[in-house]
Design a protein around this ligand. Sequence first.
Ligand code: NAD
Length: 260
Amino acid sequence: MSQPRERVVLVTGGADGIGRRIAQTFAAAGDAVHVCDSSASAIDALVVETPTITATVADVASASDADRVYADLAQRHDRLDVLINNAGIAGPTAAVEDVADADWDRCIAVDLSGTFYMTRRAVPMLRKSAAGVIINIASTAALFGYPLRSPYAASKWGMIGLTKTWAMELGPEGIRVNAICPGSVEGERIDAVIERDAKARGTSPEDTRNIYLRQTSMRTFISCEDIAAMALFLASADAKRVSGQAIAVDGHTEGLSNSQ
Ligand code: NAD
């Protein structure tokens, strides 16, 4: 059992995308970082690049996998200081009457139930921290209605409900809970979403991309670094009075209406 002075940080879905950047940012800050991710190959690539990061292959939508992650973590550390619930999938792009049961169930299972399973198991370990922090990576989809993305919007709004509820439940014990609501991150994930969205609305990917850009006052997508920087701040002592908040990092989204 190690006795680290650094924080112990767990990042779900931490092997790729935003989670990977968050994991590497905390590791670079000197924290002991453990990630869980459903992709063994992405984990392999991450630990080759950043060997100080430890990892468990796990599907957050499975309560027994969540148990396994914490069993792994407990073998290495006697506490947890920061849990970052980042694992998430985009779910289908479809009109409400066309959403398949399996697509609805899987999106809710990963994005919402996964957040619950991972947090439920984290709380006893966070209680042993001097300054426990939970950060839920939600989305601007948690702040607006999001046509054609019913399961994703439901999951992400649900994450804000959990953020505020857990901030109230755990605040008296000094555990802070916040959500970050990222705008669209430049990269393959948003390219795939735009591609599907363009098909669904019968327009070109370029036109759809411009619709997305016009949704923000700053006419911008964001980077994984933007989210990692906000996560690092929210986990820091500078944010010691910040809890129960849903903080957008998105160039100011004005709305997610797909009819613009
Ligand atoms: P990504 O697909 O690039 O990476 C997600 C990571 O999570 C991958 O490593 C994947 O293997 C892992 N993962 C997926 N399902 C999992 C599961 N069931 N259990 C464990 N790990 C799993 O995604 P991203 O763009 O980095 O998104 C990360 C989070 O940020 C998600 O919750 C997403 O909803 C949210 N978000 C992303 C954007 C965006 O534009 N990329 C915008 C707003 C919110």
